[in-house]
Design a protein around this ligand. Sequence first.
Ligand code: G3H
Ligand code: 13P
Ligand code: ZN
Length: 310
Amino acid sequence: MPLVTTKDMFAKAYQGGYAIGAFNVNNMETIQGIVEAAKEVKSPLILQVSSGARKYANPTYLKKLVEAAVIDSGLPICLHLDHGDSFELCKSAIEDGFTSVMIDASHYAFEKNIEITKQVVQYAHDRGVVVEAELGRLAGVEDDVKVKPEDSSYTRPEEVHEFVTKTGVDSLAIAIGTSHGAFKFKGEPKLRFDILEEVGKILPGFPIVLHGASSVMQDYVKIIEEFGGSMPGAQGVPEDMLRKAASMAVCKINIDSDLRLAFTAMVRKHMAENPTHFDPRQYLKPAREAIKDVVKHKLINVLGCDGKAE
Ligand code: G3H
Ligand code: 13P
Ligand code: ZN
């Protein structure tokens, strides 16, 4: 099966009240861990690549690794550009064979966001590629951009209908209180489910995307701290909130930080316990296994998309 778009995945997820996991990838071990998990539980998958990941790994290497994942797994896999910040970057990803792109012009004014998103949609749709856009602005760290909490803003439900109709976009990321990275809430976690509910009513059947949706699994934070790291106050989105969002209009849930934490925890642990090891395979193997464990847990217990590739 070739790479697929998210069209069919989202239609089924919306109907079924579950969400598809969109996992960020940078290297072979992470891709293998994710795909092994999805294979075992027969889940559809979105592998997403940020512009930072493209720069780090080289677009050709990443594309070939994802092609290998498709061949190895036989699963429906979508290759998605995460947080494309310009028409040119989206165009380049489409030329590379991505089946889905995100144009993130959420930091521009509403009209400008519409204009850029519309341009990407026209180019992408002519080539059979789907487009995600964003309205509202998440706090946190993406690439080199740090959005301070005071510069973040919730999505305004009264804007979503005009945005979606004018741009023709296929899915919409909204800001309801999640943020990128491992430090999401100071104090009690709180998501604006009222905004999600209203958006769902205004756009019935339309797939909504949740960024910044790592739950910052405390088991791995503890291992990192036990073996020399320091992450005071690391906190993510509680899993029950993610399950609730998945049962509503949210069809795509983005997870990166949880993978980074699991990978780092296992490398730190292995190096501390085996000071004489210097073969990367010795510490990358447990890191890859941890990625698989995390993804399997998410697919079954958080997203509910296990068995949906059958
Ligand atoms: O939303 C951002 C993702 O976590 C990707 O992070 O831009 O550092 O690769 P990155
Ligand atoms: P996390 O930092 O919560 O994993 O969010 C990832 C994300 O939104 C990628 O676009
Ligand atoms: Zn994101």
